[in-house]
Design a protein around this ligand. Structure first.
Ligand code: GDP
Length: 186
């Protein structure tokens, strides 16, 4: 299936090029178009201005940003903005899938951003499954939380979907926030 096909492309590219302790945490931000990845990255970078990037990534599909949070070096692997180059839906789908796989290869922790105003879709589940199968730490960010009135039931719904459709993700961190207002981001 799709996940297996994607895994074939992942390969084994975790060669330790720097001493473990000195390496920055590689944190990828992935998710479907329009969920707010760009807004979140901008918000994160705005929190602490020790930004030395953005630098061009090793591939054309993602951007690495050297970042630092409370003395901890973090390399953000950002897949946002790619959709703007896509002209048709099919190309967009391919591009974002490819970008996601590329980002995953190079990250230890992955933030899957979903839109609180939309239902958790098959594509979200596939990405989450891929992240977990690859042994990456998964954080599900539920963005646009500012638009949700019944927050308690929205969170319960999402947990229900994760627990029932993605057994591996039971107990995974689900983080509601608003990239736009900054609420919950820190
Ligand atoms: P990307 O395609 O995942 O990078 O998504 P963008 O960052 O470009 O955001 C898509 C749209 O959602 C934009 O119109 C943003 O202003 C909006 N947006 C992003 N984050 C939030 C949020 O926390 N709350 C609300 N209300 N809108 C948001």
């Amino acid at each position: 299936d799709l996940v297996d096909a994607l895994l074939l492309h992942l390969g084994d590219e975790n060669e330790p090029d720097e001493a473990e302790a000195d390496r920055p945490l590689r944190l990828a931000i992935v998710g479907r178009p329009n969920v707010g990845k760009s807004t979140l990255v901008n918000r994160l970078l705005g929190l602490e201005r020790v930004l030395t990037g953005p630098e061009p990534g090793l591939t054309r599909d993602s951007v690495r940003i050297a970042w630092e949070w409370e003395g901890r070096r973090i390399e953000l692997v950002d897949t946002a903005g790619l959709r703007r180059k896509a002209k048709v839906e099919e190309a967009l789908e391919k591009l974002s899938t490819h970008a996601t796989v590329e980002a995953l290869k190079r990250a230890e922790a992955v933030t899957l951003v979903v839109d609180a105003t939309q239902s958790f879709e098959r594509q979200d589940l596939n990405i989450a499954r891929l992240i977990l199968q690859e042994g990456r730490a998964l954080i599900v960010v539920v963005n646009k939380w500012d638009l949700i009135t019944d927050q308690q039931s929205a969170l319960a719904d999402l947990r229900h979907v994760l627990d029932h459709q993605l057994a591996d993700a039971r107990g995974v961190t689900v983080l509601p926030l608003s990239a736009e207002t900054g609420q919950g981001v820190e």
